[in-house]
Design a protein around this ligand. Sequence first.
Ligand code: FES
Length: 94
Amino acid sequence: MAKINIPQLNRVIDLDPSLSLMENLLAHDIPVASSCGGDGICGKCRMMVFPTSPLEPASEAEHTTLNKANAHPGERLSCQVYLDDNAMVETTYW
Ligand code: FES
């Protein structure tokens, strides 16, 4: 089973590929900032994602939200990202 590594919290969790990255984290009681509940519009759930396999590129809507949120290169909306292999994630508030 693939894993999500969260070194800032010293946590490694199992990945459920049917869930978004945000949903995976919340399912393990790892907090994710959000004010839109995962609709991809607030930009607060953005985080650095370091996948071992290439991710699906961001959609036009995700790009728009990332740009409005002044996201750094490499940041993705965790509510919009689906992983299918091991990955490491980081954010500013953990
Ligand atoms: S939770 Fe709002 S953009 Fe992801």
